[in-house]
Ligand binder design. Structure first.
Ligand SMILES: [Ca+2]
Length: 403
């Protein structure tokens, strides 16, 4: 059941170099590049394919000078899940051998970006070859791994830095959540709560009761949530200040209360730039929450917007705002809808589609639901905007409200 196809090895300066996997030859002069990113993937028709890996490499080359190696073990993964999950031991052993014997790179310069079962194969490599620099686990597979000893699965002892993106962490049966919910790395990101991703339909409820049946059944099932972890990583490569993760006790609390703004030490970023935070990881930081968009580009930036209004009578309507700054202007986002009462402050978090930077202007829009012949007016409004990234506060006073 071993991989028979060669991996695809390339670097920015030599995008066509290829080499077989099971019959490796020593590389006499490996390019002296800054680091080395093997992409260890699960090649499953509906999960990740060669095109995904090709475009990931090309995007990586836009931002840094690295060697990329894609490891194709599709012939070991396109079988019963129980067999595929055992095959990761062999894949992990072969890749450990490859790093040890063939390339002569310091393991500390190796970064695995590994999806699903591939994440545990990367963990197996790290168990056999200590000193790996980094493993990024993209929605590591749950069945046969969640709740197991650390020798069995990916964990934070497998590399100097282990970061995880959870995107399909609902239960496997019956909700077909393929990914682990357990936090297993130095930093575990749960975008959108980690279970249901915006832009994805809900996972089908499976009628199969055993995992092998479900795995085989995925030919009829598009693993949208499971694949999102990869897509977020892909977008993060070109978002050097996006995808900030906020430490919080749960996603519900993140949505409604004050796990905001980032503390003085800053927030770690989900995805490619997570390792900028590796020297600041403490035991109090592990589970991180953030929201994303529902389609590419998925990066979002979080602001808290508070609107205090005065006036004589309450009205029914809504308030929208748009932010303007050096980084551009955002679309309109709704802050409150319903009964607007004078004297009350309405606050909401909003995740906008660009990093506004220093805010220079806030566009404030409000409307009432019904035409009222008595022309109700709201009085002065104070709009306060706080940026999640640095806690900076911007206050705007409107002397009169449009009506
Ligand atoms: Ca491990």
């Amino acid at each position: 059941q071993l991989c028979t196809n060669p991996p695809f090895c390339s670097s920015k300066s030599n995008n066509t170099q290829t080499q077989g996997f099971t019959n490796l030859l020593p590389v006499p002069n490996p390019p002296p590049l800054s680091s080395f990113h093997p992409l260890l993937q699960i090649s499953h028709d509906l999960v990740l394919n060669d095109l995904n890996l090709q475009i990931t490499k090309e995007r990586m080359f836009e931002v840094e000078d690295v060697n990329c190696i894609s490891i194709d073990w599709s012939s070991g993964s396109r079988c019963q899940y129980s067999q595929a999950s055992n095959n990761i031991r062999v894949v992990g052993a072969e890749v450990a051998y490859f790093i040890n014997e063939q390339y002569g790179y310091s393991p500390s310069k190796v970064h695995f970006i590994a999806h699903s079962l591939g994440a545990h194969a990367a963990g197996e490599t790290g168990r056999r070859r200590s000193g790996l620099g980094r493993i990024t686990g993209l929605d590591p597979a749950e069945p046969y791994f969640q709740g197991t000893p650390i020798e069995v699965r990916l964990d934070k002892t497998d590399a100097a830095f282990v970061d995880i993106i959870h995107t399909d962490s609902g239960p496997m049966v019956p909700d077909l959540g393929f990914g682990m919910s357990q936090a297993i790395g130095h930093l575990d990101f749960y975008p959108n709560g980690g279970i249901q991703m915006p832009g994805c339909k809900k996972n089908l409820v499976s009628r199969a009761i055993d995992i092998d049946g479900i795995w085989q059944g995925t030919v009829n099932y598009v693993a949208c949530n499971h694949l999102r972890s990869f897509k977020y990583y892909f977008d993060s490569i070109i978002s050097p200040d996006g995808f900030l993760g906020y430490t919080c006790a749960s996603y519900d609390i993140f949505q409604t209360e004050n796990c905001f703004p980032c503390p003085n030490g800053g927030c770690p970023q989900m995805g490619h730039y997570a390792d900028k935070f590796k020297d600041r990881v403490t035991s109090g930081i592990q589970k991180l929450y953030l929201n994303t968009g529902e389609a590419t580009n998925f990066a979002r930036w979080r602001y808290k917007v508070s609107v205090a209004i005065s006036g004589k009578s309450e009205v029914s309507g809504y308030i929208n705002i748009a932010l303007y700054g050096a980084g551009g202007n955002t679309k309109q986002y709704e802050i409150v809808r319903g009964t607007l009462k004078p004297g009350k402050t309405y606050a909401n978090f909003t995740d906008v589609e660009l990093n506004v930077g220093t805010i220079t202007k806030v566009k404030f829009l409000w409307n009432i639901d019904v035409v009222n012949p008595t022309l109700p007016t709201l009085g002065a409004a104070t709009v306060t905007v706080q940026a999640g990234e640095n806690g900076n506060v911007y206050v705007y006073l409107l002397s009169t409200l449009p009506c």
